[in-house]
Design a protein around this ligand. Structure first.
Ligand code: GLV
Ligand code: GLV
Length: 325
């Protein structure tokens, strides 16, 4: 008999094709990509399912797991991040959890480099000036930014994505990579010849500081006024991980007082960030709507991996990528 699966979003075609052609599952789907499934609808739809495919807009918590009931054996999220999942609760109930690392590393690293350069070379300000009459003449110090050549790049939380970012930045003649983490990661660090430093030293020495850690209780708002006060006033802060690792009020303060030179954010709290949010008023803050993994290739690969993780999990086999808490 077919196992019942609910998919909380119209995910890219590759994953849906794999699920539909598997002959293994009976599929129900929130058939839109433009609006997330309303919570009430989600709670109703998950009742009695064996498997669930979700994206990062769905909170998978006690209430939802209670609504699903004891049949639920496998949760598969189409994301590398897992802060929307109550891992402890999932573990307690013996529910296996699949996620989608690796396939998005290239895309996220590419976007991070793009955001870093956009922020450091003030590209958004520059195009705005060019088209709104600010371009009076060529000027010697107008729109000057900060360059990567001879810089020190710091990575907070060295994993696959941090390494991929550093590999792409190295050809820009970065002088030195440093990283801070809960423990040294010698194997990953050796790939990019990065030095392990303390959190404070990371703040003090980085000309560019890229946040690449997962959001967990330990990393929540770890980027706060303590960190910003130790950074140089010429330094650029980049976050493509999760908005929750940053205290946004402290960041606003650091940016508006010139304590740091600029910030590029792909992630915020909340998402979407309200259009009247103070961070949007700052010229030295570039904000993107959480698009780091948004390439056609990558989103289809994430969709396929999420589908395969689910099918493998439901068959009691090892998933391609499984989270163990
Ligand atoms: C995106 O942010 C993801 O977690 O995949
Ligand atoms: C990766 O975690 C992303 O932000 O897409």
């Amino acid at each position: 008999t077919l196992q019942r699966v609910y998919v909380t979003r119209q995910i890219p075609p590759e994953g849906l094709r794999i699920l539909r052609e598997s002959g293994q599952v009976q599929l129900d789907l929130w058939d839109s990509d433009d609006v997330p499934v309303p919570r009430e609808e989600l709670l109703r739809q998950v009742r009695g399912v064996d498997g669930l495919v979700c994206v990062l807009t769905e909170k998978i918590d006690t209430e939802l797991l209670d609504a699903a009931g004891p049949n639920l054996k496998v949760l598969s999220t189409m994301s590398v991040g897992f802060d929307h999942l109550s891992l402890e609760e999932l573990k307690k109930r013996g529910i296996r959890v699949g996620y989608t690392p690796d396939v998005l590393t290239d895309s996220v690293a590419e976007l991070t480099v793009a955001l870093l350069l956009t922020t450091s070379r003030r590209l958004i300000e520059a195009t705005h000036e060019a088209k709104t009459g600010g371009w009076g003449t060529w000027r010697t110090l107008w729109l000057c930014g900060h360059e990567l050549a001879n810089s020190t790049v710091g990575i907070l939380g060295l994993g696959r994505i941090g390494v991929a970012i550093a590999e792409r930045l190295a050809p820009f003649k970065v002088k030195k990579f440093i990283y801070a983490d809960v423990a040294p990661r010698p194997e990953l660090a050796s790939v990019i010849d990065a030095e392990y430093v303390s959190f404070d030293e990371l703040a003090e020495r980085s000309d560019f500081l890229a946040v690449c850690c997962a959001l967990t209780p330990e990393t929540k708002e770890i980027c706060n006024k303590h960190l910003f006060s130790k950074m140089k006033n010429t330094s650029i802060f980049i976050n493509t991980s999760r908005g929750g690792v940053v205290n946004q009020e402290d960041l606003y303060e650091a940016l508006s007082t010139g304590q740091i030179a600029g910030a590029g954010l792909d992630v915020t709290v909340p998402e979407p960030l309200p259009t009247d949010h103070p961070l949007f008023t700052l010229k030295n803050c570039v904000i993107l709507p959480h698009i780091a993994s948004a390439s056609h290739t990558t989103r289809n690969a994430m969709s396929a991996m999420a589908a395969n993780n689910l099918l493998l999990g439901l068959r009691g086999e090892p998933m391609i990528k499984e989270l163990h808490s």
